[in-house]
Write a protein that binds this ligand. Structure first.
Ligand code: SF4
Length: 266
């Protein structure tokens, strides 16, 4: 049995309000059991996004969306953004598998091996994201730019999402982003093209020497780039006072705390 239905712009945009181009999105739904990926990893099988937007929003290549595009998904979940410029906003997080940057203090080492995580289609990831009212999607990892993210961000944008990424900047940019948060890592340096495109430069400080180290990148950032210093979680007690002193003397910078860890939320 095969069901087919279309959402109106209002039904899809009830919380976002800014995705006017959704008017002609038609979603065909093959009536297969839907195991939500939000239930941490499964996906809704048989879903097909049929984009009929006219005119197409600038930068969205919906006709080229590879319907079979799949990416390794470690987890996806709805929570509040805990760090950086967008702290406190409800967001759907998509954590992709795969990272070869090798930070010693990494708190998601289980993300490193991309083969350890099942692959899911862009369509299923977008449909799962739509299950919650928030229309901010944060793509993280791992290092998400190890994958080509054009199809995922095109799908999310077509569904009315703001698209944010958290990246080390160590790989070339792909995807269509409303916000690029670049967090540079010593173990694999950021590329100039990502530094120039970053909306937010968030430095995780593990050792006091990191404050000196990160300053080499500042000339490569856009003048509008927001600057954040964030104490590494396990060193926060020692490092936070240093950051407070630095920011008081360098008022272009702001403090970022991992508020989700203080709140014990994902
Ligand atoms: Fe972990 Fe991120 Fe560093 Fe990769 S870049 S090792 S995921 S902290």
């Amino acid at each position: 049995m095969h069901n087919s239905f279309a959402f109106s712009a209002h039904s899809l945009c009830f919380a976002g309000g800014h995705a006017v181009f959704l008017q002609k999105i038609r979603i065909e739904y093959a009536a297969l059991p839907c195991k939500s990926a939000s239930n941490k990893i499964a996906g809704c099988r048989g879903l097909k996004l049929d984009f009929q937007s006219n005119p197409q929003p600038k930068g969205i290549r919906m006709n080229e969306l590879p319907k079979t595009e799949k990416l390794p998904l470690m987890e996806s979940f709805y929570t509040l953004q805990g760090e950086g410029f967008h702290t406190g906003r409800p967001a759907w997080f998509i954590r992709l598998g795969g990272c070869d940057v090798g930070c010693v203090w990494c708190d998601v080492k289980e993300s490193w091996n991309p083969d350890a995580h099942p692959k899911f289609s862009v369509e299923s990831m977008v449909m799962d994201a739509l299950e919650n009212p928030g229309r901010l999607a944060v793509i993280t990892g791992g290092e998400p730019l190890m994958h080509n993210l054009d199809a995922l961000t095109d799908g999310l944008k077509a569904a009315g999402f703001e698209t944010n990424i958290e990246t080390s900047g160590a790989y070339p940019l792909s995807g269509n982003w409303d916000w690029i948060c670049l967090s540079p890592k010593k173990f694999k340096l950021p590329l100039p093209e990502v530094l120039a495109a970053a909306h937010e430069f968030k430095v995780v400080v593990y050792h006091r020497s990191d404050i000196e180290w990160m300053q080499q990148f500042l000339p490569h950032l856009s003048p509008d780039c927001k600057l954040f210093l964030q104490p590494e979680w396990s060193k926060a007690e020692d490092i936070t006072p240093l950051l407070l002193d630095f920011i008081k003397q360098n008022p272009a910078w702001r403090l970022s705390l991992q508020t989700h860890k203080y709140l014990n939320i994902p």
